[in-house]
Design a protein around this ligand. Structure first.
Ligand SMILES: *Cc1c(COP(=O)(O)O)cnc(C)c1O
Length: 427
């Protein structure tokens, strides 16, 4: 691994290899992380990184706006091979998610969302988005993000008692404020999202609607979560979370919005596409169509349910009482420890996760009263329910004895042994 860098740049190598051993020796439970396949990794380290390919691998009919695959739409020569790569990625994305159109060039999830907003909104327009403190993403209208700066944001959230999205309140807000766009999807929400219901609320309120499936994309791809199309006008996602592809974004939309999305991504907000990353997206879409991947998503979900149940039995409060997907939030208010402290001491014992706000939060977002736990990465290593039970025990021991440094050293060694039974596959 990293043989050339090791010779050429030992200083950098030390840190890169250090990160590799961290990934191998620790329990990666950050819900938005995963381990990619060797094929996805190979594509990203390929010569496709050398190619400029501004534009798209096709032209459009002036009359209908329809894609005309025979006509050329690039600003640079020599795109004959990368054209094929990008078309594969686009076609596979449409097949996987049942979309009419896909633009595979967004560099990240945030840029995918910016692409949709800039294509249909003007500064000052009203949008409805899930608030960050209730599980939404920064780009759904947080004041510190461009979305909160440019638009008039009306936040919606969960019912603080049940932890489920309050759809009735969402509908009332939509009818009262008449937003141009309703954004759904979340970064820290463990329950099934009712796209059909949100789509019908949007139509009732005369709004467009977008689902940001960054977290649950893999579950949607494997058809283990209801599909956002045809209820949504736009669907955005990252490709690196449950979907297990390269670190990047993706926009899909109904045909009528295709032209606007394509123009907004380039030349609107991005320059040349990352063709090596688009190749890796094509690979991950193909992988996500396989039986193996479907089994993987089953394992992710069984593991999340098992871990949530074990922690409940050990006296932990799981927000909303459980999980329908790959993650859940633990409310630590009954454990006399902040999310920040829990994150720190668990990491010292080789368990990596992140602090997270919980409903009725009283602490700042830098401290918080909870943690978010996800199972996508551990499941990619092949860990199953038996390992989840062991890990729940470790988490309980550490949280119950926050001052016991020796205990953390002991558990760290056990964690390393457990990880060694499920080795990573990178050469
Ligand atoms: C992770 C995430 C994003 C942003 O993705 P980046 O690639 O980090 O920009 C957007 N929306 C949601 C819901 C996310 O969870």
């Amino acid at each position: 691994m990293l043989e050339i860098i090791k010779k050429q740049d030992p200083e950098l190598y030390e840190s890169m290899y250090g990160e590799y051993t961290r990934q191998e020796d620790k329990l990666e439970m950050i819900a938005s992380e995963n381990y990619v396949s060797n094929a996805v990794l190979e594509a990203q380290g390929s010569v496709l990184t050398n190619k400029y390919a501004e534009g798209l691998p096709y032209g459009r009919s002036k009359k209908t706006g329809d894609i005309m695959y025979k006509k050329y739409g690039r600003y640079y020569g020599g795109c004959e091979w990368v054209d094929k790569v990008e078309r594969l990625a686009m076609e596979r994305a449409c097949e996987l998610f049942g979309a009419e159109h896909a633009n595979t060039q967004a560099h990240s999830g945030s840029q995918a969302n910016m692409g949709v907003y800039f294509s249909v909104l003007k500064p000052g327009d009203t949008i409805l988005g899930m608030s960050l403190s209730h599980g939404g993403h920064l780009t759904h209208g947080a004041p510190v993000n461009f979305s909160g700066m440019l638009y008039n944001v009306i936040p919606y959230g969960v019912d603080e008692e049940t932890g489920h999205i309050d759809y009735d309140a969402l509908r009332e807000l939509a009818l009262e404020h008449k937003p141009k766009l309703i954004v759904c999807g979340a970064s820290a929400y463990s329950r099934t999202i009712d796209f059909e219901r949100i789509g019908s609320i949007a139509r009732e309120a005369g709004a467009l609607c977008m689902a940001d499936i960054a977290h649950i994309a893999g579950l949607v791809a494997a058809k283990k979560h209801p599909l956002p199309f045809p209820h949504m006008d736009f669907v955005t996602t990252t490709t690196h979370k449950t979907l297990r592809g390269p670190r990047a974004g993706l926009i899909m939309c109904k045909k009528e919005f295709a032209k606007g999305i394509d123009k907004t991504i380039f030349p609107g907000i991005q320059g040349g596409p990352l063709m090596h990353v688009i190749a890796a997206k094509a690979i991950c879409f193909k992988e996500a169509m396989s039986k193996e991947y479907s089994d993987y998503i089953d394992l992710v979900m069984i593991n999340a349910k098992t871990l949530a149940k074990e922690l409940t039995d050990l006296g932990f409060n799981i927000v909303s009482g459980g999980t329908d997907n790959h993650l859940f939030l633990v409310d630590l208010n009954n454990k006399d420890i902040s999310g920040k402290k829990a994150e720190t001491i668990l990491n010292q014992a080789g368990i990596t996760l992140n602090k997270n706000t919980v409903p009725k939060e009283t602490r700042s977002p830098f401290v918080t009263s909870g943690v978010r736990i996800g199972t996508p990465a551990l499941s990619s290593r092949g860990m199953g329910p038996a390992e989840m039970k062991i890990i729940a025990g470790y988490i309980n021991q550490i949280i119950s004895a926050p001052d016991d440094e020796e205990l953390r050293v002991k558990i760290k060694a056990k964690v390393k042994q457990l990880c060694a039974k499920f080795p990573l596959w990178y050469k």
